[in-house]
Write a protein that binds this ligand. Structure first.
Ligand code: C2E
Ligand code: MG
Ligand code: MG
Ligand code: MG
Length: 280
């Protein structure tokens, strides 16, 4: 080993950082095995039509059942999936599972049912032909693109290049709808709303949380709903936890609600049972 420069170079890495890096490496390795070894699970959370109280859609949310760590939150492992490139396989798995389930629900009792899947910036901003693979799978299932919604965030449209425009066009061609997730957080530019063809705005739960009559979050939610409707978009409120929030959103004309008041995200089989119960 070299002295001098070499030793100086190593001195950047404190033991704490080494441990952190090691943990990250181990977890990334575990994630690689998880994808192959069936440790990923897909949960669904209902999206409820506020006027009728019926479940019209669901959001697919991924879970990782780690053999020793238990259930790992996507907040913790999606970043690892991105930095390791595993996100592409994971995204394809989420799509395939979602397509299979929604095909079943649409053919059984809910012909208009939709599943929304999340796309991370890395997935959405890379032109890797994954939507062609989606279309191939949809053809195999004889599944209409209308069955699916892709959730992206505002930031992904802000630095829009031709790849992003192309991907949006590919979705449009396939009949797949687009939702803007976590709407209202972070960005003040709204010009992309007229530039791109968006179908749903999902009001971020930071607005829903403090909803009260005459509150500033009520004013903001009202304004978002009015604006969205004038632009021909539907609105989904995230994080609906209380009856008061539901009532205020319904009164404001919000189309759909999602949150613990209706249900937490639940395993696919349980969601299947919930939908069946609604049938009766
Ligand atoms: P998101 O897309 O904004 O998903 C909504 C999150 O809010 C979910 O967290 C959901 O469990 C949570 N939530 C729903 N209702 C309520 C409520 O009433 N109160 C509160 N406090 N929270 C509520 P989750 O499942 O932990 O997912 C976190 C994030 O991870 C998602 O945020 C999404 O950005 C990402 N994610 C999840 N699944 C996937 C996936 O398959 N692919 C990608 N790329 N990202 C995913
Ligand atoms: Mg989402
Ligand atoms: Mg969201
Ligand atoms: Mg959110």
């Amino acid at each position: 080993a070299a002295k001098g420069a070499g030793r100086n170079r190593y001195s950047y890495f404190t033991p704490a950082l080494q441990v952190e890096a090691l943990t990250r490496m181990r977890l990334t390795n575990d994630l690689r095995n998880a994808v192959k070894g069936g440790q990923l699970e897909l949960y669904f959370q209902p999206i409820v039509h506020l006027k009728t109280g019926r479940i019209h859609k669901a959001e697919a949310l991924i879970r990782w059942r780690h053999p020793t760590r238990g259930l790992v939150s996507p907040m913790d492992f999606i970043p690892l999936a991105e930095s390791s490139g595993l996100i592409f396989d994971i995204g394809m798995w989420v799509f395939s599972e979602s397509a299979r389930w929604v095909q079943r629900w649409r053919s059984e009792h809910h012909p208009d049912f939709q599943i929304s899947v999340n796309q991370s910036p890395l997935e959405f901003q890379r032109d890797d032909g994954s939507y062609l693979e989606w279309q191939r799978q949809m053809q195999d299932l004889t599944l209409s693109g209308q069955a699916l919604v892709v959730e992206i965030t505002e930031g992904m449209l802000l630095d829009a290049n031709t790849t992003v425009s192309n991907k949006l066009l590919q979705l449009r061609d396939a009949g797949i709808q687009v939702a803007l997730d976590d709407f209202g957080t972070g960005y003040s530019s709204l010009s992309y709303l007229k530039k791109f063809d968006i179908d749903y705005l999902k009001i971020d739960r930071s607005f829903t949380r403090n909803l009260a009559p005459d509150s500033s979050d009520m004013a903001l939610s009202d304004a978002i709903i009015v604006m969205a409707h004038k632009l021909g978009l539907r609105v989904i409120a995230e994080g609906v936890e209380t009856e008061q929030q539901r009532a205020l959103l319904a009164e404001a004309g919000c189309d759909y609600g999602q949150g613990y008041l209706f249900s937490r995200p639940i395993p696919a089989q349980e969601f299947d049972a919930m939908l069946r119960a609604q049938q009766v």
